[in-house]
Design a protein. Structure first.
Length: 191
């Protein structure tokens, strides 16, 4: 069944089409939710809300002829994840004021350079996701948007309704804190 046929059936309220959309996108969207959430429970709640919101939007979408369903689902779901996290006002705004701590050592926290302690090309996915989930929400959002999902900084700042300077600052803090979290996780595994 083509994307256009699937959307047309969704617009008619066809339950089999809803099930097919759910089965097709559950795994992909669950992986995105896990990256954006702080833990498994929040990821499941985000997935349920985001997936039902995407289905609702598709049922009401008017221009289905030029719609790329994969890109639409990913973009709309990410937008819903951002809205979900920002709706938890106290968590998002209080933690967005946290600054990256500065260590006295001369470590370089640039993720794109080689590092003696950690080989970033061979990190286990579970370690990476756990390390990403430990970052504060404002930093986790921009890291996912820019580095993982490939949105430009102006696009990310528009999605987050923030200035570009704030987005750049949070991206640097996210990279710094992610590397610290990965190093701590790898060190604990080796011990």
């Amino acid at each position: 069944m083509s994307s256009i046929e699937l959307i047309m059936l969704l617009q008619r309220g066809d339950q089999a089409a809803k099930r097919q959309l759910f089965d097709s996108y559950y795994g992909k969207l669950a992986a995105i939710a896990q990256r954006y959430a702080k833990d498994q429970a929040q990821a499941e709640e985000m997935l349920n809300i985001g997936l039902s919101s995407c289905m609702y939007k598709l049922e009401r979408h008017r221009h289905i002829q030029d719609l790329n369903l994969d890109a639409y689902m990913k973009t709309e779901f990410i937008t819903d994840c951002i809205a979900f996290i920002k709706s938890i006002r106290s968590e998002y705004y209080v933690s967005s004021t946290v600054n990256a701590s500065r260590e006295t050592s001369a470590k370089n926290y640039n993720l794109f350079e080689t590092h003696d302690l950690v080989d970033f090309h061979h990190i286990d996915n579970a370690v990476l996701i756990k390390s990403l989930q430990q970052i504060v929400p404002s930093q986790r959002l921009i890291f996912n948007l820019h580095v993982v999902d490939g949105f430009s900084l102006p696009e990310a700042s528009a999605m987050l309704e923030s200035s570009e300077e704030t987005v750049k600052s949070n991206l640097e803090k996210a990279r710094f804190n992610l590397q610290k979290n990965i190093e701590a996780s790898v060190k604990n595994i080796k011990v």
